[in-house]
Design a protein around this ligand. Structure first.
Ligand code: AHR
Length: 502
Protein backbone atom coordinates (compact mmCIF):
# COMPACT_ATOMS: atom_id res chain seq x y z
CA UNK A 1 0.00 0.00 0.00
CA UNK A 2 1.24 3.51 -0.71
CA UNK A 3 0.41 6.49 1.52
CA UNK A 4 -2.51 7.53 -0.65
CA UNK A 5 -4.27 4.17 -0.31
CA UNK A 6 -6.77 3.18 2.29
CA UNK A 7 -6.30 1.00 5.32
CA UNK A 8 -8.31 -1.91 6.61
CA UNK A 9 -9.01 -2.91 10.19
CA UNK A 10 -10.44 -6.34 10.99
CA UNK A 11 -12.00 -7.06 14.35
CA UNK A 12 -12.78 -10.53 15.63
CA UNK A 13 -14.25 -10.67 19.12
CA UNK A 14 -12.94 -14.21 19.55
CA UNK A 15 -9.33 -13.08 19.14
CA UNK A 16 -9.00 -12.17 22.80
CA UNK A 17 -5.63 -11.01 24.17
CA UNK A 18 -6.75 -10.78 27.78
CA UNK A 19 -9.26 -9.29 30.15
CA UNK A 20 -8.47 -5.60 30.62
CA UNK A 21 -7.51 -4.78 34.18
CA UNK A 22 -9.39 -1.61 35.19
CA UNK A 23 -6.28 -0.58 37.15
CA UNK A 24 -4.62 0.25 33.82
CA UNK A 25 -6.49 3.54 34.17
CA UNK A 26 -4.84 4.73 37.37
CA UNK A 27 -3.07 7.89 38.47
CA UNK A 28 -0.12 9.02 40.54
CA UNK A 29 -0.13 11.93 43.00
CA UNK A 30 3.18 13.00 44.55
CA UNK A 31 4.08 15.60 47.13
CA UNK A 32 5.88 17.57 44.47
CA UNK A 33 5.41 21.13 43.27
CA UNK A 34 1.70 21.96 43.12
CA UNK A 35 0.27 18.45 42.75
CA UNK A 36 -1.00 17.99 46.31
CA UNK A 37 -0.90 21.58 47.60
CA UNK A 38 -2.82 24.01 45.34
CA UNK A 39 -3.72 21.12 43.01
CA UNK A 40 -5.73 18.67 45.10
CA UNK A 41 -5.74 20.41 48.46
CA UNK A 42 -6.09 24.15 48.85
CA UNK A 43 -8.24 25.38 51.74
CA UNK A 44 -7.70 28.97 50.56
CA UNK A 45 -9.19 28.40 47.12
CA UNK A 46 -12.77 29.55 46.39
CA UNK A 47 -13.13 26.03 44.97
CA UNK A 48 -12.29 24.32 48.30
CA UNK A 49 -14.81 22.04 49.98
CA UNK A 50 -15.05 21.71 53.78
CA UNK A 51 -12.04 19.34 53.76
CA UNK A 52 -9.93 21.76 51.73
CA UNK A 53 -10.15 19.62 48.58
CA UNK A 54 -10.62 21.44 45.27
CA UNK A 55 -14.16 20.74 44.01
CA UNK A 56 -13.33 21.55 40.39
CA UNK A 57 -10.31 19.24 40.46
CA UNK A 58 -12.33 16.46 42.10
CA UNK A 59 -14.95 16.78 39.36
CA UNK A 60 -12.32 16.43 36.61
CA UNK A 61 -10.68 13.49 38.39
CA UNK A 62 -14.06 11.78 38.76
CA UNK A 63 -14.64 12.27 35.06
CA UNK A 64 -11.31 10.58 34.31
CA UNK A 65 -12.37 7.79 36.65
CA UNK A 66 -8.94 6.78 37.90
CA UNK A 67 -9.29 3.27 39.30
CA UNK A 68 -6.36 3.53 41.71
CA UNK A 69 -4.06 6.29 42.90
CA UNK A 70 -0.36 5.86 43.73
CA UNK A 71 0.88 8.13 46.55
CA UNK A 72 2.90 9.92 48.11
CA UNK A 73 5.81 9.52 45.66
CA UNK A 74 7.87 9.28 43.57
CA UNK A 75 11.26 10.50 44.73
CA UNK A 76 9.51 12.26 47.62
CA UNK A 77 8.64 8.98 49.33
CA UNK A 78 12.28 8.01 49.82
CA UNK A 79 12.73 10.74 52.44
CA UNK A 80 9.18 10.80 53.82
CA UNK A 81 8.26 9.93 57.39
CA UNK A 82 4.59 9.16 57.27
CA UNK A 83 4.10 9.91 60.96
CA UNK A 84 4.86 13.58 60.18
CA UNK A 85 1.62 13.73 58.20
CA UNK A 86 -0.93 12.42 60.72
CA UNK A 87 -2.65 13.82 63.81
CA UNK A 88 -3.96 17.31 64.54
CA UNK A 89 -2.87 19.61 61.74
CA UNK A 90 -1.67 22.38 64.03
CA UNK A 91 0.75 19.95 65.65
CA UNK A 92 2.34 18.75 62.41
CA UNK A 93 5.81 20.12 61.71
CA UNK A 94 6.98 21.44 58.39
CA UNK A 95 10.08 19.73 56.97
CA UNK A 96 12.77 20.62 54.48
CA UNK A 97 12.01 18.11 51.75
CA UNK A 98 15.19 17.00 49.98
CA UNK A 99 13.98 15.36 46.75
CA UNK A 100 12.53 18.61 45.39
CA UNK A 101 14.15 21.07 47.81
CA UNK A 102 10.78 22.34 48.94
CA UNK A 103 9.07 22.98 52.26
CA UNK A 104 6.65 20.17 53.10
CA UNK A 105 4.00 21.49 55.48
CA UNK A 106 2.55 18.02 56.19
CA UNK A 107 -0.96 19.47 56.18
CA UNK A 108 -1.93 16.68 53.81
CA UNK A 109 -0.96 13.14 54.84
CA UNK A 110 -2.18 9.56 54.83
CA UNK A 111 -5.63 10.24 56.34
CA UNK A 112 -6.31 13.15 53.99
CA UNK A 113 -5.19 10.99 51.07
CA UNK A 114 -7.63 8.23 51.98
CA UNK A 115 -10.44 10.80 52.25
CA UNK A 116 -9.45 12.14 48.85
CA UNK A 117 -9.52 8.62 47.35
CA UNK A 118 -13.01 8.11 48.77
CA UNK A 119 -14.14 11.39 47.23
CA UNK A 120 -13.10 10.27 43.76
CA UNK A 121 -13.96 6.61 44.31
CA UNK A 122 -10.48 5.24 43.67
CA UNK A 123 -8.35 2.54 45.32
CA UNK A 124 -5.39 3.91 47.26
CA UNK A 125 -1.96 2.54 46.34
CA UNK A 126 0.58 3.53 48.97
CA UNK A 127 4.34 3.57 48.48
CA UNK A 128 6.58 2.95 51.50
CA UNK A 129 9.91 4.66 52.10
CA UNK A 130 12.72 2.19 51.44
CA UNK A 131 15.28 5.03 51.10
CA UNK A 132 15.74 6.64 54.52
CA UNK A 133 12.84 4.63 55.95
CA UNK A 134 13.20 1.36 57.83
CA UNK A 135 11.36 -1.89 57.30
CA UNK A 136 9.72 -1.23 60.66
CA UNK A 137 8.37 2.16 59.45
CA UNK A 138 6.82 0.38 56.47
CA UNK A 139 5.22 -2.29 58.64
CA UNK A 140 3.91 0.34 61.05
CA UNK A 141 2.20 2.12 58.16
CA UNK A 142 0.49 -1.12 57.13
CA UNK A 143 -0.69 -1.50 60.73
CA UNK A 144 -1.87 2.13 60.82
CA UNK A 145 -3.91 1.64 57.66
CA UNK A 146 -5.14 -1.93 57.86
CA UNK A 147 -5.19 -3.32 61.41
CA UNK A 148 -8.32 -3.37 63.56
CA UNK A 149 -8.23 -1.29 66.75
CA UNK A 150 -6.30 -2.74 69.68
CA UNK A 151 -2.65 -2.03 68.89
CA UNK A 152 -0.47 1.08 68.87
CA UNK A 153 -0.73 2.26 65.25
CA UNK A 154 -4.29 1.06 64.69
CA UNK A 155 -5.32 2.97 67.79
CA UNK A 156 -3.49 6.01 66.48
CA UNK A 157 -5.62 5.86 63.33
CA UNK A 158 -8.73 5.54 65.46
CA UNK A 159 -7.79 8.55 67.57
CA UNK A 160 -7.21 10.47 64.33
CA UNK A 161 -10.83 9.83 63.45
CA UNK A 162 -11.13 6.48 61.67
CA UNK A 163 -11.83 3.40 63.76
CA UNK A 164 -12.49 1.13 60.75
CA UNK A 165 -9.35 -0.07 58.96
CA UNK A 166 -8.73 1.55 55.59
CA UNK A 167 -7.99 -1.80 53.93
CA UNK A 168 -5.30 -0.49 51.59
CA UNK A 169 -4.63 -3.33 49.17
CA UNK A 170 -1.85 -2.08 46.88
CA UNK A 171 1.61 -1.20 48.24
CA UNK A 172 4.79 -0.16 46.42
CA UNK A 173 8.12 -1.25 47.88
CA UNK A 174 9.93 2.09 47.49
CA UNK A 175 10.48 4.15 44.36
CA UNK A 176 13.16 4.08 41.62
CA UNK A 177 15.72 2.65 44.00
CA UNK A 178 18.14 2.01 41.09
CA UNK A 179 18.53 5.76 40.46
CA UNK A 180 21.61 7.55 41.81
CA UNK A 181 19.28 10.53 42.38
CA UNK A 182 17.10 8.55 44.77
CA UNK A 183 17.37 9.42 48.45
CA UNK A 184 18.90 6.30 50.02
CA UNK A 185 19.67 4.74 46.61
CA UNK A 186 20.68 1.06 46.81
CA UNK A 187 22.29 -1.37 44.42
CA UNK A 188 20.21 -4.23 43.06
CA UNK A 189 21.18 -6.80 45.70
CA UNK A 190 20.86 -4.35 48.59
CA UNK A 191 17.46 -3.26 47.34
CA UNK A 192 16.29 -6.81 46.65
CA UNK A 193 17.17 -7.89 50.18
CA UNK A 194 15.59 -4.85 51.82
CA UNK A 195 12.45 -5.16 49.70
CA UNK A 196 12.24 -8.88 50.47
CA UNK A 197 12.34 -8.30 54.22
CA UNK A 198 9.90 -5.39 53.99
CA UNK A 199 7.54 -7.54 51.90
CA UNK A 200 7.80 -10.43 54.34
CA UNK A 201 6.96 -8.29 57.35
CA UNK A 202 4.27 -6.24 55.61
CA UNK A 203 2.58 -9.51 54.65
CA UNK A 204 2.86 -10.78 58.20
CA UNK A 205 1.05 -7.62 59.23
CA UNK A 206 -1.65 -8.12 56.59
CA UNK A 207 -1.55 -11.10 54.25
CA UNK A 208 -4.25 -9.71 51.96
CA UNK A 209 -2.09 -6.91 50.56
CA UNK A 210 -0.56 -6.92 47.06
CA UNK A 211 2.98 -5.68 46.58
CA UNK A 212 4.80 -3.90 43.76
CA UNK A 213 8.56 -4.36 43.46
CA UNK A 214 10.68 -1.51 42.02
CA UNK A 215 11.86 -2.32 38.54
CA UNK A 216 14.38 -0.24 36.59
CA UNK A 217 13.39 3.40 36.65
CA UNK A 218 13.45 3.35 32.85
CA UNK A 219 14.60 1.21 29.96
CA UNK A 220 17.33 3.83 29.41
CA UNK A 221 19.09 2.97 32.70
CA UNK A 222 22.50 1.29 32.29
CA UNK A 223 21.48 -1.38 34.81
CA UNK A 224 18.32 -2.31 32.87
CA UNK A 225 17.23 -5.13 32.68
CA UNK A 226 19.76 -6.73 35.05
CA UNK A 227 18.35 -4.77 37.98
CA UNK A 228 14.96 -6.29 37.24
CA UNK A 229 16.30 -9.85 37.14
CA UNK A 230 18.18 -9.51 40.42
CA UNK A 231 15.30 -7.93 42.33
CA UNK A 232 12.81 -10.44 41.00
CA UNK A 233 15.02 -13.41 41.79
CA UNK A 234 15.33 -12.20 45.38
CA UNK A 235 11.66 -11.35 45.89
CA UNK A 236 9.66 -13.46 43.43
CA UNK A 237 7.35 -15.34 45.77
CA UNK A 238 6.63 -12.28 47.91
CA UNK A 239 5.54 -9.76 45.29
CA UNK A 240 2.62 -9.51 42.88
CA UNK A 241 3.73 -6.77 40.47
CA UNK A 242 6.98 -5.41 39.07
CA UNK A 243 7.16 -1.73 38.22
CA UNK A 244 8.11 0.06 35.02
CA UNK A 245 8.66 3.82 34.64
CA UNK A 246 9.18 5.73 31.40
CA UNK A 247 8.97 9.36 30.35
CA UNK A 248 8.77 9.99 26.61
CA UNK A 249 10.51 12.92 24.93
CA UNK A 250 10.79 14.65 21.61
CA UNK A 251 14.06 16.42 22.41
CA UNK A 252 15.31 15.77 18.88
CA UNK A 253 12.17 17.46 17.51
CA UNK A 254 11.74 14.42 15.27
CA UNK A 255 7.96 14.16 15.24
CA UNK A 256 7.71 11.17 12.83
CA UNK A 257 9.79 9.10 15.29
CA UNK A 258 8.06 10.58 18.33
CA UNK A 259 4.73 9.53 16.87
CA UNK A 260 5.98 5.96 16.58
CA UNK A 261 7.00 5.65 20.21
CA UNK A 262 4.56 2.78 20.74
CA UNK A 263 7.40 0.66 19.29
CA UNK A 264 9.62 1.63 22.24
CA UNK A 265 6.82 1.05 24.76
CA UNK A 266 6.13 -2.41 23.34
CA UNK A 267 9.80 -3.29 23.32
CA UNK A 268 10.07 -2.30 26.98
CA UNK A 269 7.06 -4.45 27.97
CA UNK A 270 8.38 -7.33 25.88
CA UNK A 271 11.76 -7.25 27.62
CA UNK A 272 10.48 -6.99 31.19
CA UNK A 273 7.85 -9.65 30.46
CA UNK A 274 10.71 -11.88 29.24
CA UNK A 275 12.55 -11.28 32.53
CA UNK A 276 9.39 -12.31 34.40
CA UNK A 277 9.25 -15.54 32.40
CA UNK A 278 12.92 -16.20 32.95
CA UNK A 279 12.73 -15.72 36.72
CA UNK A 280 9.56 -17.79 36.99
CA UNK A 281 11.29 -20.64 35.15
CA UNK A 282 14.54 -20.27 37.07
CA UNK A 283 12.81 -20.33 40.45
CA UNK A 284 10.57 -23.25 39.35
CA UNK A 285 7.68 -21.19 40.67
CA UNK A 286 3.96 -21.56 40.19
CA UNK A 287 3.49 -17.95 41.26
CA UNK A 288 2.98 -15.15 38.71
CA UNK A 289 4.21 -11.56 38.86
CA UNK A 290 2.57 -8.98 36.56
CA UNK A 291 3.60 -5.53 35.41
CA UNK A 292 2.70 -2.22 37.01
CA UNK A 293 3.64 0.68 34.72
CA UNK A 294 3.22 3.06 37.60
CA UNK A 295 4.86 6.15 36.12
CA UNK A 296 4.35 7.00 32.48
CA UNK A 297 3.85 10.19 30.51
CA UNK A 298 5.49 12.60 28.09
CA UNK A 299 7.96 14.80 29.98
CA UNK A 300 10.85 16.74 28.51
CA UNK A 301 9.97 20.41 28.04
CA UNK A 302 10.20 21.24 31.75
CA UNK A 303 13.26 19.22 32.67
CA UNK A 304 15.94 21.77 33.59
CA UNK A 305 17.41 21.43 37.08
CA UNK A 306 15.62 24.69 37.92
CA UNK A 307 12.30 23.02 37.01
CA UNK A 308 12.94 20.43 39.72
CA UNK A 309 14.23 22.54 42.61
CA UNK A 310 11.74 24.34 44.79
CA UNK A 311 14.13 26.86 46.43
CA UNK A 312 12.81 25.72 49.82
CA UNK A 313 9.38 27.20 49.18
CA UNK A 314 5.91 25.70 49.71
CA UNK A 315 4.12 24.36 46.63
CA UNK A 316 6.58 25.75 44.06
CA UNK A 317 5.77 25.59 40.36
CA UNK A 318 7.72 22.46 39.34
CA UNK A 319 7.67 20.62 36.00
CA UNK A 320 4.36 22.11 34.86
CA UNK A 321 4.71 20.69 31.37
CA UNK A 322 2.45 22.10 28.66
CA UNK A 323 1.05 19.32 26.45
CA UNK A 324 0.47 19.68 22.73
CA UNK A 325 -1.30 17.63 20.09
CA UNK A 326 1.63 15.33 19.31
CA UNK A 327 1.99 14.57 23.04
CA UNK A 328 -1.68 13.59 23.18
CA UNK A 329 -1.20 11.26 20.21
CA UNK A 330 1.72 9.60 22.04
CA UNK A 331 -0.44 9.23 25.17
CA UNK A 332 -3.18 7.65 23.04
CA UNK A 333 -0.68 5.14 21.63
CA UNK A 334 0.58 4.37 25.12
CA UNK A 335 -2.98 3.47 26.11
CA UNK A 336 -3.25 1.38 22.94
CA UNK A 337 -0.17 -0.52 24.12
CA UNK A 338 -1.77 -1.08 27.52
CA UNK A 339 -4.66 -2.80 25.77
CA UNK A 340 -2.44 -4.73 23.38
CA UNK A 341 -0.31 -5.97 26.32
CA UNK A 342 -3.17 -6.41 28.77
CA UNK A 343 -1.99 -10.01 29.16
CA UNK A 344 0.90 -8.90 31.37
CA UNK A 345 0.20 -5.25 32.23
CA UNK A 346 -2.25 -5.02 35.10
CA UNK A 347 -1.63 -1.56 36.63
CA UNK A 348 -0.64 1.71 34.95
CA UNK A 349 -0.53 5.13 36.61
CA UNK A 350 -0.20 8.31 34.61
CA UNK A 351 2.39 10.59 36.24
CA UNK A 352 0.99 12.78 37.53
CA UNK A 353 -2.61 13.94 37.93
CA UNK A 354 -2.60 17.69 38.66
CA UNK A 355 -0.16 20.51 37.77
CA UNK A 356 3.01 18.37 37.84
CA UNK A 357 3.36 16.81 34.34
CA UNK A 358 -0.38 16.48 34.39
CA UNK A 359 -3.56 16.50 32.30
CA UNK A 360 -4.96 19.28 34.52
CA UNK A 361 -3.46 22.65 35.44
CA UNK A 362 -4.88 24.92 38.13
CA UNK A 363 -4.91 28.55 39.16
CA UNK A 364 -6.43 29.42 42.54
CA UNK A 365 -9.94 29.14 41.13
CA UNK A 366 -9.79 27.63 37.65
CA UNK A 367 -8.67 24.47 35.91
CA UNK A 368 -7.37 23.89 32.41
CA UNK A 369 -7.68 20.55 30.68
CA UNK A 370 -4.59 19.86 28.63
CA UNK A 371 -4.53 17.85 25.38
CA UNK A 372 -3.55 14.61 27.11
CA UNK A 373 -6.71 14.79 29.21
CA UNK A 374 -8.77 13.64 26.25
CA UNK A 375 -7.18 10.28 25.32
CA UNK A 376 -7.19 9.40 29.02
CA UNK A 377 -10.88 10.24 29.19
CA UNK A 378 -11.74 8.22 26.10
CA UNK A 379 -9.95 5.06 27.23
CA UNK A 380 -11.18 5.32 30.78
CA UNK A 381 -14.78 5.63 29.59
CA UNK A 382 -14.72 3.22 26.67
CA UNK A 383 -12.17 0.42 27.24
CA UNK A 384 -13.62 -2.48 29.20
CA UNK A 385 -13.99 -6.23 29.01
CA UNK A 386 -11.43 -8.00 26.85
CA UNK A 387 -8.74 -6.51 24.68
CA UNK A 388 -8.71 -7.84 21.14
CA UNK A 389 -5.96 -8.78 18.75
CA UNK A 390 -6.81 -6.53 15.79
CA UNK A 391 -5.60 -7.05 12.25
CA UNK A 392 -4.39 -3.70 10.87
CA UNK A 393 -3.40 -3.39 7.23
CA UNK A 394 -2.13 0.16 6.79
CA UNK A 395 0.39 2.11 4.71
CA UNK A 396 3.81 2.48 6.28
CA UNK A 397 6.23 5.37 6.68
CA UNK A 398 9.91 5.74 7.44
CA UNK A 399 11.14 6.91 10.85
CA UNK A 400 14.73 7.66 11.93
CA UNK A 401 14.32 5.87 15.23
CA UNK A 402 12.19 2.84 14.45
CA UNK A 403 12.60 2.30 10.70
CA UNK A 404 9.48 1.43 8.81
CA UNK A 405 6.27 1.84 10.86
CA UNK A 406 2.53 1.58 10.09
CA UNK A 407 0.73 4.91 9.86
CA UNK A 408 -2.07 3.61 12.05
CA UNK A 409 -1.81 2.54 15.68
CA UNK A 410 -4.92 0.66 16.82
CA UNK A 411 -6.38 -1.17 19.80
CA UNK A 412 -9.82 -2.52 20.56
CA UNK A 413 -11.87 -3.78 23.47
CA UNK A 414 -14.94 -5.97 23.67
CA UNK A 415 -17.28 -5.85 26.63
CA UNK A 416 -19.50 -8.87 26.15
CA UNK A 417 -21.83 -8.07 29.04
CA UNK A 418 -22.45 -4.54 27.72
CA UNK A 419 -22.59 -5.72 24.08
CA UNK A 420 -20.03 -3.08 23.13
CA UNK A 421 -16.91 -3.01 21.04
CA UNK A 422 -14.61 0.04 21.22
CA UNK A 423 -11.95 0.88 18.63
CA UNK A 424 -9.12 3.34 19.28
CA UNK A 425 -7.22 4.59 16.21
CA UNK A 426 -4.25 6.96 15.93
CA UNK A 427 -3.35 8.28 12.49
CA UNK A 428 0.33 9.15 12.85
CA UNK A 429 0.66 10.91 9.53
CA UNK A 430 1.58 14.58 9.71
CA UNK A 431 0.10 15.27 6.32
CA UNK A 432 -2.05 12.46 4.96
CA UNK A 433 -5.65 11.70 5.66
CA UNK A 434 -6.55 8.04 5.59
CA UNK A 435 -9.63 6.34 4.33
CA UNK A 436 -10.28 3.20 6.38
CA UNK A 437 -12.60 0.25 6.19
CA UNK A 438 -13.54 -1.66 9.31
CA UNK A 439 -14.68 -5.26 9.07
CA UNK A 440 -15.92 -7.55 11.80
CA UNK A 441 -15.00 -11.18 11.33
CA UNK A 442 -17.33 -13.04 13.65
CA UNK A 443 -20.21 -10.63 14.33
CA UNK A 444 -22.40 -8.20 12.44
CA UNK A 445 -22.66 -5.10 14.61
CA UNK A 446 -25.96 -3.27 15.01
CA UNK A 447 -24.50 0.21 14.68
CA UNK A 448 -21.73 2.58 15.57
CA UNK A 449 -23.29 4.42 18.46
CA UNK A 450 -20.57 6.94 19.21
CA UNK A 451 -17.64 8.47 17.37
CA UNK A 452 -15.18 10.99 18.83
CA UNK A 453 -12.04 12.57 17.49
CA UNK A 454 -9.10 14.67 18.63
CA UNK A 455 -7.23 16.21 15.72
CA UNK A 456 -5.52 19.32 14.40
CA UNK A 457 -3.13 20.62 11.76
CA UNK A 458 -0.32 21.69 14.04
CA UNK A 459 1.40 19.01 16.15
CA UNK A 460 2.69 21.72 18.48
CA UNK A 461 -0.72 23.30 19.18
CA UNK A 462 -1.86 23.26 22.81
CA UNK A 463 -4.67 24.43 25.07
CA UNK A 464 -4.07 27.61 27.05
CA UNK A 465 -5.96 29.70 29.57
CA UNK A 466 -6.88 32.00 26.66
CA UNK A 467 -7.90 29.13 24.34
CA UNK A 468 -8.83 26.24 26.68
CA UNK A 469 -10.80 24.25 24.09
CA UNK A 470 -8.50 24.49 21.10
CA UNK A 471 -7.93 20.73 21.26
CA UNK A 472 -10.60 18.45 22.70
CA UNK A 473 -12.27 15.26 21.58
CA UNK A 474 -15.26 16.25 19.50
CA UNK A 475 -18.16 14.08 18.38
CA UNK A 476 -17.92 13.23 14.67
CA UNK A 477 -20.40 11.66 12.31
CA UNK A 478 -20.76 7.97 13.24
CA UNK A 479 -20.35 5.93 10.05
CA UNK A 480 -23.11 3.54 9.02
CA UNK A 481 -22.48 -0.16 8.91
CA UNK A 482 -23.23 -1.40 5.42
CA UNK A 483 -22.85 -5.07 4.51
CA UNK A 484 -21.09 -5.69 7.82
CA UNK A 485 -18.42 -3.03 7.26
CA UNK A 486 -17.93 0.66 8.04
CA UNK A 487 -16.01 3.30 6.12
CA UNK A 488 -14.50 6.41 7.52
CA UNK A 489 -11.91 9.08 6.70
CA UNK A 490 -9.33 9.93 9.31
CA UNK A 491 -7.59 13.31 9.18
CA UNK A 492 -3.81 13.45 9.66
CA UNK A 493 -2.60 13.80 13.27
CA UNK A 494 -5.75 12.35 14.73
CA UNK A 495 -7.05 10.07 17.44
CA UNK A 496 -10.49 8.54 16.77
CA UNK A 497 -12.62 6.42 19.08
CA UNK A 498 -15.62 4.44 17.93
CA UNK A 499 -18.20 2.82 20.18
CA UNK A 500 -19.86 -0.09 18.38
CA UNK A 501 -23.07 -1.74 19.53
CA UNK A 502 -22.97 -5.47 18.83
O1 AHR B 1 7.08 12.08 38.46
C1 AHR B 1 8.22 12.83 38.74
C2 AHR B 1 9.38 11.97 39.21
O2 AHR B 1 9.85 11.17 38.16
C3 AHR B 1 9.08 10.96 40.30
O3 AHR B 1 9.15 11.53 41.57
C4 AHR B 1 10.15 9.96 40.13
O4 AHR B 1 9.76 8.67 40.57
C5 AHR B 1 10.48 10.01 38.65
O5 AHR B 1 11.82 10.07 38.41
Amino acid sequence: MSNSESARITIDTKRVISEISPLLFSGFAEHMGRCIYEGIYDPTSPQADEQGLRKDVLAALRELNYRSMRYPGGNFVSGYHWEDGIGPKDQRSARRELAWQSIETNQFGTDEFIQFCREIDTEPMLAVNLGTGSIQDAVNLVEYCNAPRGSKYANMRASNGESTPYGVKYWCLGNEMDGAWQIGHLDAVEYGKKAREAAKLMRLQDDSIELVLCGSSSSKMPTYPEWDRIGLELCWELVDYHSMHYYADNLADDTPSFLSLSAAFEDYVETVAAVLRYVKAKTRSKHDVRLSWDEWNVWYKAREISDMRGGWSEAPHLIEEIYNLEDALVVAQWLNVFLRRADVLKIACIAQIVNVIAPILTTSDKILKQTIYYPLLMFSQMASGNSLDVLVEAPRYETKQFGDMPLLDVSSSHDEAAGMNAIFIVNRSLTEGMSIEIHWGDVTPKRISSAHQLSGNDPKAFNSWEAPNRLTTRPIYAPKIIDGAAQLSLPPLSFTVLGVEL
